[in-house]
Design a protein around this ligand. Structure first.
Ligand code: MRU
Length: 351
C-alpha cells in the first residue's frame, strides 16, 4: 500500500500534523523530520498510543488531539454501542497513560467521557475529535493575536523546544505569537534552542521557521545566556505541558533554567498555551507528574552511542517553572497576569 499523501485541500505552508481520513488517523511522523516528510496512518488505537509514546506525534495540544482520535478508533474497533462499556473505558485509560505530563490528554478524554451519548458512540467521538482539532487551531490563532501586544515592532525572541503547528494541530502557541508578529510585519529574529536530548528545536522549530520564512538562529541550549546578552533578547516565549492552578508550569526540560536567566537579565518570560493545557486540579507544580524518559535518549544520539556503557542517567523530559518567574500567560481567552491564581481561575471558567 502506498504512503498516505499530505492534505493539500487547505492551503498551508506546513503539513497538517494530524487528520482523520476515511476511518484512519493520519499523522506526519515527527521523528523523521526535517529529513523526511512521511505520513503514516492507522485504524488501530494501540498503534496511535505507540505513536504518542515514541513522539511520532508530540507537543501537548497535538497529543491531546491524537488521544481524541485514538479514543474514536477504539470506539470503532470495539464496536461500542451507546455507552462507555468496560472495554472502551479500559482503552481510554490506556490512551491516557501514554504520556503523563501533558494534561491535554487527560482533559480531552474527560471531555469525551462527559458528552451525552445518544446514538453511535464512535460517530459521536469522531464529531467531537474533529471539533477539538478545529478548536485547538482557532485557540492558537487567538493566542497569536493576543500575543502581538507583547512583541515590539523590532524584536528578538528566544524560544525553547517546539511549539509550532506540528505541536498543536496547526499554527502554534509560542511559535504562533512569533508567526502572528511576522505576519503583522514586525521585524522578528528568533533564537531557537536546539533542545537536548531529542532536538525538537533543531529538528522541528528550525524546520517550521525556515518554511515560514522567519529569520532565526539555532543555538545550543547552553548558549541561551550569552545569546540573551549578545542579541539583546526582548522576550522569551515558550509553551506548556501543564499549568497548575497557581500558575506553576511544566514544560520541556530546560525551561526552568531559561526562566532563571530571564529573571537575572530582566527579560520578560511568557508562557503561551490553550485552555486544554491548564489543570486546575493541580494546586501547584508539586502536583504535576514529571515524565522520565529512557536513558538511551541521553547516552546515544540517533542510535550512535555517545556516553560510556554503564553510566547512570537522570532523564526528566520536563521541569517546572515556578510562577514567580513567569511574566504572563497568553491564552485564547486573553493575557493572564498576576495575581495568577485568581486570574487563571476566572479565565478558565469564562466561555
Ligand atoms: O516531549 P515533547 O516534545 O512532547 O515536549 C513538548 C513541549 O515541551 C512543548 O514545549 C509543549 O508541549 C508545548 S507544545 C505547544
Amino acid at each position: 500500500m502506498s504512503d498516505p499523501q499530505p492534505d493539500t485541500s487547505r492551503m498551508r505552508q506546513l503539513p497538517d500534523p494530524i487528520r482523520w481520513d476515511k476511518g484512519n488517523v493520519v499523522i506526519i511522523d515527527q521523528t523523521l523530520l526535517p529529513h523526511k516528510e512521511k505520513f503514516i496512518s492507522s485504524k488501530n488505537y494501540r498503534e496511535v498510543c505507540e505513536w504518542i509514546k515514541s513522539l511520532r506525534i508530540r507537543g501537548a495540544p497535538a497529543i491531546g488531539i491524537a488521544a481524541a482520535y485514538a479514543a474514536t478508533l477504539a470506539a470503532f474497533e470495539l464496536k461500542s454501542k451507546d455507552k462507555i462499556d468496560s472495554r472502551l473505558d479500559q482503552a481510554l485509560s490506556e490512551i491516557q497513560k501514554t504520556r503523563p505530563t501533558a494534561v491535554n490528554l487527560k482533559n480531552i478524554l474527560v471531555r469525551l467521557k462527559k458528552i451525552s451519548l445518544s446514538g453511535n458512540i464512535a460517530e459521536i467521538f469522531l464529531n467531537e475529535s474533529n471539533k477539538i482539532l478545529n478548536e485547538e487551531i482557532e485557540a492558537c490563532k487567538k493566542i497569536g493575536q493576543f500575543g502581538l501586544e507583547l512583541v515590539p515592532e523590532k524584536a528578538t525572541i528566544l524560544t525553547h523546544c517546539h511549539t509550532g503547528g506540528l505541536a498543536t494541530g496547526g499554527y502554534g502557541t509560542a511559535l504562533g505569537i512569533i508567526r502572528a508578529a511576522h505576519e503583522a510585519g514586525k521585524d522578528i529574529l528568533v533564537l531557537a534552542d536546539e533542545t537536548r536530548p531529542l532536538l525538537q528545536g533543531a529538528r522541528l522549530t528550525a524546520y517550521e521557521l525556515q518554511k515560514l520564512g522567519i529569520k532565526f538562529k539555532l543555538i545550543v541550549d547552553g548558549a541561551s545566556g550569552i545569546a540573551m546578552k549578545r542579541f539583546r533578547v526582548d522576550l522569551v516565549a515558550v509553551g506548556a505541558d501543564r499549568i497548575a492552578a497557581n500558575g506553576d508550569t511544566a514544560n520541556k526540560i530546560g525551561t526552568y533554567n531559561l526562566s532563571v536567566l530571564c529573571k537575572e537579565n530582566k527579560v520578560p518570560f511568557y508562557i503561551a498555551a490553550p485552555s486544554s493545557s491548564f489543570d486546575l486540579t493541580a494546586k501547584s507544580g508539586h502536583d504535576i507528574p514529571i515524565e522520565e524518559r529512557s536513558a538511551d535518549e541521553v547516552t546515544s544520539f540517533q542510535s550512535c552511542r555517545s556516553a560510556p556503557e554503564g553510566v547512570s542517567v537522570y532523564a526528566p523530559a520536563f521541569d517546572v517553572t515556578p510562577r514567580e518567574n513567569i511574566s504572563a500567560f497568553v491564552t485564547e481567552k486573553g493575557i493572564i497576569r498576576n495575581p495568577f491564581e485568581e486570574n487563571i481561575g476566572k479565565a478558565m471558567v469564562s466561555p
